[in-house]
Design a protein around this ligand. Structure first.
Ligand code: ZN
Length: 484
């Protein structure tokens, strides 16, 4: 029965390929196989951007270095991967233990107003040798900025020494007027979240400005207030921030995160306000956030809460989700209060707000042993959600989601990495998912591992199967990417 169904599916896939004018011979549905570790995640973003006919994609490849591919939608042609820089946290050879890679140095990508492509990568708080971290505690790596030598050409990259080395979870937000904001955590856990603004296509950045403040609790110096945040364009010249609280304990440290918060910046005067429109004093402390920006309290009930994404509707009202209890919990601002949360069965992903009542989420979700990435849709403002099409699914692999492609073409909405529990290494296939499924590529261009597997065998004979597969799957769902 299963075999018949599989044959029918294969037949259908071939028919679809023929209809779309592509020969199935030699085509694969991934665009590269040299993603490494946790090559993509929602927190570093944009993961990719559609610009002038092409989708540019950045991901973590071998040695945790940043790699870039590009897809020309009209010509249906891929280019890359091109290695765009060196991650100071990369190890040689590539570890096969899932705990080996640091994963914090994943790149974020933006295309500037002149078509140059920028990446920020390689940071996990910055090595102490870079000096005193005035806004937090040092960590590892170095937040690094590279840019293409020519516009719309990924073949050659140059380092630009103009951002703070103490960064991790780097995120770009590009405004309609061309200003680009770089948000990041300024060090390891016990650090402020900050932004640096560029008005000249990332050639220079203003000094860091603190948004979320880290500090020890007065009543308990062992307990330090820390944060995980996600920044995105709001309506007009505004930027939204959605974030969760991390009680960071010096002794007895855990990864626990709780609550959900929201606020937005008016870029004109760089003032901030809460959902009610009340002006906020920055940087926001834990006590101040609890009073002024709280969306949901999960600390009282000890329900863990991880960051999700946030987008606004035409009226500027935020729609957001946090990840709680293995599900996505959707909230929206009703004008005077937050709508009660509604659970949507997905582990992680992103959403498109079409109108105040119509929202679509593209979510990765584990299923019995495998995984899928599917659309979910509401037409009643998030009160009920229905499952729509699945863009990819597998009986034995799960998928790690990333933030939706910035300015996405319908044929390239999201980049996901495949995590197969049976494999004995950490190289991952990467897929660009569009409205009709993965964007295929001739196998020759998608096979980029070279001698990687051979090298592993030579140095570490007989690597053990990825025992952490189940753990990874949970992490890529409930816990985010497990390396936050
Ligand atoms: Zn901590």
């Amino acid at each position: 029965m299963k075999g018949t169904r599989a044959k029918m599916m294969t037949g259908l896939a071939s028919m679809l390929l023929l209809l779309s004018g592509i020969s199935s011979a030699g085509m694969v549905d991934y665009f590269t196989d040299n993603g490494y570790g946790n090559p993509v995640a929602t927190i570093q973003h944009p993961r990719a951007e559609y610009y002038n006919g092409k989708t540019y994609i950045a991901y973590q490849g071998p040695h945790e270095d940043p790699y870039v591919c590009a897809y020309d939608h009209a010509a249906k042609k891929w280019s890359g991967p091109v290695k765009a820089g060196e991650n100071p946290m990369g190890k040689t050879p590539d570890p096969v233990d899932p705990k080996g890679p640091d994963n914090h140095g994943r790149p974020a990508l933006i295309v500037d107003g002149k078509g140059y492509i920028h990446l920020i990568f390689g940071g996990h708080g910055g090595y102490p040798r870079f000096g005193k971290n005035e806004l937090g505690t040092p960590g590892k790596g170095k937040q690094t900025h590279v840019v293409t030598s020519r516009p719309e050409d990924i073949s050659s990259w140059e380092i630009v020494e103009n951002v703070d080395p103490f960064g991790t979870y780097s995120q770009f937000v590009k405004m309609d007027d061309g200003d680009i904001y770089l948000f990041y955590r300024h060090g390891s856990h016990q650090s402020d979240w900050v932004y640096q603004k560029s008005t000249d296509n990332c050639r220079t950045f203003a000094p860091p400005v603190s948004v979320l403040k880290h500090k020890a609790q007065e009543s308990d110096p062992n307990l330090h207030d820390a944060w995980y945040a996600w920044f995105e364009n709001g309506k007009g010249d505004t930027i939204t921030a959605s974030y969760v609280y991390h009680p960071c304990r010096l002794k007895g440290h855990t990864k626990e995160r709780y609550n959900g918060y929201y606020m937005k910046m008016n870029c004109g005067d760089e003032s901030w306000e809460n959902a009610n429109g009340n002006v906020l004093a920055l940087p926001v402390t834990k006590e101040y956030a609890d009073q002024n920006t709280l969306v949901c309290d999960t600390f009282t009930t000890k329900v863990k809460s991880n960051h999700g994404t946030c987008h606004v509707d035409d009226e500027g009202n935020p729609h957001l989700f946090f990840r709680q209890q293995g599900q996505v919990r959707y909230f929206r601002w009703l004008g005077n209060a937050w709508q009660a949360p509604v659970a949507v069965p997905g582990g992680d992903g992103d959403m498109i707000v079409e109108s105040p009542k119509v929202v679509r989420m593209l979510l990765s979700q584990g299923n019995s042993g495998g995984g899928e990435v599917c659309w979910w849709k509401t037409t009643d403002g998030g009160l009920t959600w229905g499952k729509e099409s699945c863009l990819i699914s597998s009986p034995d692999s799960s998928y790690a989601a990333s933030a939706l492609v910035h300015n996405a073409h319908p044929d390239g909405r999201m980049v996901v990495s495949e995590h197969n529990r049976a494999q004995n290494h950490l190289y991952r296939k990467l897929f660009l998912l569009g409205d009709s499924g993965p964007v295929g590529r001739p196998e020759e261009g998608a096979s980029n591992l070279g001698d990687c597997l051979k090298n592993l065998e030579a140095v570490q004979p007989g690597p053990k199967p990825d025992k952490a597969g189940k753990k990874n799957r949970n992490k890529s769902g409930e816990e985010g990417d497990g390396d936050e």
